[in-house]
Design a protein around this ligand. Structure first.
Ligand code: UD1
Length: 443
């Protein structure tokens, strides 16, 4: 397994371009299942392990992923789909694979998908998705670890989510797109990635409207025309690079972002002392403060502070000037990074869904292990902030699921960071060897 080796303590300076959103790409890619008349074209798709997994899944269903002239462009032809099953091997590596349920139901009235089970950040059931499908007239059966769904036809219905679910909302929208009649989704999730998928579907002939912030109305249509969409920028990658600037006391310009989707992250980082200058609707500059102020953070569904930024903000708070409370309200077990941050010298205590972080003067490099996608990002950030010794982050396959060329983008900003391939002997170079390699500024 690859590892990331980081020599921290240097401010990151320069410009970074943010990739397309992972969480918008995934539902848009699977929505191509409903467009079987011609090739679907999706632009600004990031090069990530999760995208490879969803491509593998589509191919296993019988879709064809065609050669494209650009690395971030996907051309998919789904007319050959002849299999309706997402197997355990794929679902276990990426639970968003359950997103094929909606479009397969819409188009073929059937699907069989392995139940995702738990994952590092909590139980994460899909009961909301399944209960909503039932209201649309779908029979749901669970057997041998698989959920099987089928219907003669799907009929519009009123659905109210107990709490907003991002992939739940996306799955129901897709299922309802080709259904008979109108579906009203109440307490729908409000994440911008959902609206990006809606835009892609509407441009392809669907009739979907967000009539109130948490209400979505889907008028079923008989047929879709063509999927041709440019995916919106990844707000979590953007937020992660903003923290990279703040935690290293650097000065970074982010481009190819959507500033309006970063509101709560901008507010919290400003409160912590970082200076943020909005250049335009798609670019901002963030200068880290000399002294990082402690700020309390509480995660909640969009438009509140994203759970997907909690671990990264915690890395920043570990070297703040005081005490803060970080409250995780979305997932029950999303503090796996705490024990690893403590290995780097952080002072954190967890009580239920609260983490109390007492800022320390400095972090010092250590060997740490990534446990999930955003936890790995927080360890890389903490490694960049560690002013003494090397940090080695193992199990970075988690990071590769959701960050495109992260070490390359960080190196371009002056970070001293290197990927050690699993196949390379004696995996981790010692400190002197690392310096001799002449990486970045520290060498
Ligand atoms: C999506 C994002 C993930 C993000 C999360 C919350 C994708 C591919 N992933 O995940 O990055 O961290 O939103 O912003 O877009 N729940 C149930 N039953 C369900 C569905 C959800 O109890 O059927 C619970 C979950 O356990 C969780 C909460 O609802 O506590 C919200 O989860 P949800 O929004 O569904 O997360 P995902 O869509 O899986």
């Amino acid at each position: 397994m690859d590892k990331m080796v980081i020599e921290g303590g240097f401010p990151l300076i320069g410009e970074v371009s943010i990739s397309g959103s992972k969480n918008a790409s995934l539902p848009i890619i699977v929505s191509s299942i409903m467009f079987d008349g011609c090739d679907s074209e999706i632009h600004n798709v990031p090069d990530l392990e999760d995208i490879k997994t969803i491509k593998k899944l589509l191919t296993s269903l019988g879709a064809e992923i065609k050669e494209s002239d650009k690395p971030d462009k996907l051309i998919i032809n789904t007319s050959g789909i002849n299999n309706y099953e997402a197997p355990y091997d794929l679902v276990k590596t990426m639970r968003a694979s359950v997103l094929v349920l909606g479009p397969l139901l819409a188009k073929y009235k059937r699907a069989r998908v392995s139940l995702p089970g738990g994952c590092a950040i909590g139980a994460r059931p899909i009961d909301f998705h399944l209960n909503a499908f039932k209201l649309l007239g779908v029979t749901v059966e669970v057997e041998h670890g698989y959920v099987e769904v089928y219907a003669d036809k799907l009929k519009g219905a009123e659905i109210s989510f107990p709490i907003p679910s991002v992939t739940g909302t996306e799955n129901v929208i897709m299922a309802a797109t080709l259904a008979e009649g109108t579906t009203v989704i109440k307490n729908a999730a409000r994440e911008p990635e959902i609206d990006d998928m809606i835009l892609a579907l509407n441009n392809g002939g669907a009739d979907i409207k967000r009539t109130e912030p948490s209400v979505i109305i889907v008028n079923g249509v008989k047929k879709l025309n063509k999927l041709n969409h440019k995916v919106l920028p990844d707000r979590i990658e953007a937020g992660t690079f903003m923290v990279a600037s703040a935690v290293t006391k650097g000065d970074i310009v982010l481009k190819d972002i959507n500033v309006s989707h970063l509101r709560t992250v901008i507010d919290k980082l400003s409160e912590s002392g970082a200076k943020i200058i909005i250049n335009s609707s798609s670019s901002l500059r963030i200068k880290g403060a000399k002294t990082i102020k402690s700020v309390d953070i509480s995660t909640a569904p969009y438009p509140d502070f994203p759970t997907d930024m909690q671990a990264q903000m915690m890395a920043l708070m570990t070297i703040s000037s005081g005490l803060c409370v970080i409250t995780e309200n979305v997932f029950e077990n999303r503090f796996m990074h705490v024990a690893e941050l403590i290995r780097l010298g952080a002072s954190i205590k967890v009580r239920n869904n609260f983490a109390i972080v007492k800022g320390v003067r400095k972090l010092s490099g250590a060997e740490v292990m990534a446990t999930d996608l955003r936890a790995s990002a927080s360890l890389v950030l903490a490694g960049l902030a560690s002013s003494d010794g090397l940090t080695t982050v193992s199990r970075i396959y988690h990071l590769d699921r959701g960050y495109e060329k992260m070490e390359k983008k960080l190196s371009n900003l002056g970070a001293i960071i290197s990927r050690v391939k699993a196949s390379e002997p004696s995996a981790i170079p010692d400190e002197q060897v690392f310096k001799d390699l002449n990486y970045g500024k520290g060498a």
